[in-house]
Design a protein around this ligand. Structure first.
Ligand code: NAP
Length: 242
């Protein structure tokens, strides 16, 4: 069983760990190569884009891949679209492993928006000091806004960045205590983040709730119409059934 895991997430690493060393299984994890020092899964790892749908199709055929698990981040829209197209073209089964979205609880002051532009449009009514935790892909939308931004990234994000900002380098998981301290230290009025789901980065939502801060939550892109599971165990069962 030759499996390609499209990764870059904790779930992808845990799936690779679960499949690693199983007799008769060959598992390759694929990373985009966005961060300088990635958290590596066990087993074979390849790094860098495939070269679009054509490149992925070629890779699947050349390596004789039996199944693909798309365990990329819920906002990695392009990689998922390419995986759907390339597996459809080659007839290789595809499973999407995607953690559940976050759910608001008592005390949460969340505003859900469809995209970063809608989040930026809401900000003038919500505060001056913004913790912008959307990932570097969405930064450009906020650059022209006359607001102060707290940014956090694993590596230094490329320009353009908002004129008034403070950058913190860091990689999850984060604790609620540390997130509360960060929000207090920088006198944050409002948090903007993507609905990534999962526990690695949920602590900022807990901290925002405790401090009574509003959160603007970017909704996920539409899910592809393919078999989808939310946990690593389900993904292992799906693969084992093939
Ligand atoms: P994206 O916009 O969907 O993908 C852009 C291009 O990057 C893809 O067309 C592909 O290039 C390459 N790529 C993406 N993921 C890849 C993978 N796992 N293996 C090989 N190539 C990959 O993706 P993104 O939002 O920039 O995210 C990049 C990676 O970071 C993903 O692996 C994702 O899981 C991880 N990540 C993303 C976020 C986020 O907020 N988006 C957060 C945490 C982790 P080619 O067309 O050349 O194949």
């Amino acid at each position: 069983m030759n499996v390609l895991v499209l990764g870059g997430t904790g779930e992808a690493r845990r799936l690779a760990s679960a499949l690693h060393d199983r007799p008769g299984w060959v598992v390759t994890s694929s990373l985009a190569g966005r961060v300088a020092v990635p958290s590596l899964p066990p087993g074979d790892v390849r790094v860098g884009g495939f070269g679009g749908v054509d490149g992925l199709r070629r890779w699947l055929r050349e390596k004789g891949v039996d199944a693909v698990v798309d365990a990329t981040h819920p906002f990695a829209r392009q990689m998922t679209a390419h995986a759907v197209q390339a597996t459809t073209d080659t007839g290789v089964p595809l499973l999407v492993l995607r953690r559940e979205p976050w759910q608001a609880g008592p005390g949460d002051r969340w505003r859900r928006v469809p995209d970063a532009a809608a989040a930026a449009a809401l900000l003038p009514g919500l505060g001056e000091r913004v913790f912008l935790a959307t990932g570097r892909g969405d930064l450009a939308v906020f650059v022209g806004l006359d607001r102060w931004f707290l940014l956090r990234a694993v590596d230094l994000p490329p320009p353009p960045l908002p004129t008034r900002h403070h950058l913190v380098l860091g990689r999850g998981p984060f604790t609620a205590d540390a997130e509360r301290a960060l929000l207090r230290e920088h006198r944050v009025d409002v948090v903007v983040t993507r609905d990534s789901g999962g526990v690695m980065t949920a602590a900022k939502l807990v901290a925002a709730r405790e401090l009574g801060l509003p959160v603007v939550l970017l909704d996920r892109p539409p899910a592809p119409d393919v078999p989808t599971v939310a946990t690593v165990d389900e993904a292992v069962r799906w693969l084992a059934a093939r």
